[in-house]
Write a protein that binds this ligand. Structure first.
Ligand SMILES: CC(C)(COP(=O)(O)OP(=O)(O)OC[C@H]1O[C@@H](n2cnc3c(N)ncnc32)[C@H](O)[C@@H]1OP(=O)(O)O)[C@@H](O)C(=O)NCCC(=O)NCCS
Length: 154
């Protein structure tokens, strides 16, 4: 992990060289549900929303977006390209969010994971998250999809 650098991903970097790589990874991982470059820019422009990018040898090997709420910090996504998984990069990103969160005086982390994405649920469990129920998305593209609500207390 020594060779991995975690960089801030801020709005000013929206046009950064890494954005193209990130969109490629996003397409590979999520296909038709992938976020576009514009989606990322819009999210990063949102209130109290932050991003992190993991870089190894100049290449993007992961990224994460999170948003500070009133008490808890929302993990909006954490993504590692398929050929870089199970090397601890996802854990590195979540640990960095936990560090930042302490300075934000947050009570913990929350996330929503598609019910059918078992590997992602196992990943979050391995990072100390517990599921606190499921809910059905009622609007948007994901309407009808059940999501698992997961929390990790500080
Ligand atoms: C979820 C994701 C970010 C994990 O990234 P990663 O870098 O592979 O995770 P790590 O290597 O840090 O894994 C840490 C631990 O999580 C658990 N874990 C991770 N992936 C797992 C899998 N596919 N199956 C079971 N457990 C898994 C393991 O306990 C692992 O530790 P180990 O490798 O020592 O057994 C990655 O699989 C991914 O990008 N998935 C697609 C996008 C996604 O679903 N993101 C989450 C919701 S937005």
């Amino acid at each position: 992990m020594d060779n991995i650098q975690i960089k801030w991903w801020v709005v000013a970097d929206a046009e950064c060289a890494h954005l193209k790589d990130i969109v490629e990874i996003e397409d590979e991982v999520f296909g038709e549900h992938a976020m576009s470059a514009k989606d990322f820019k819009d999210v990063l422009a949102g209130f109290a929303t932050y991003g992190l990018i993991a870089i190894r040898n100049g290449n993007v090997v992961g990224y994460c977006l999170y948003q500070q709420g009133a008490n808890f910090t929302w993990v909006l996504n954490v993504v590692v390209p398929t050929d870089c998984r199970r090397e601890g990069i996802g854990e590195l990103l979540i640990n960095r969010v936990k560090q930042k969160m302490q300075t934000l005086k947050s009570d913990g982390l929350e996330c929503l994971v598609h019910e059918r994405w078992l590997p992602a649920q196992l990943f979050f469990r391995s990072q100390g998250f517990v599921s606190s129920g499921t809910l059905e998305n009622s609007h948007g593209e994901d309407a009808g999809i059940r999501m698992v609500f997961m929390k990790e207390w500080n």
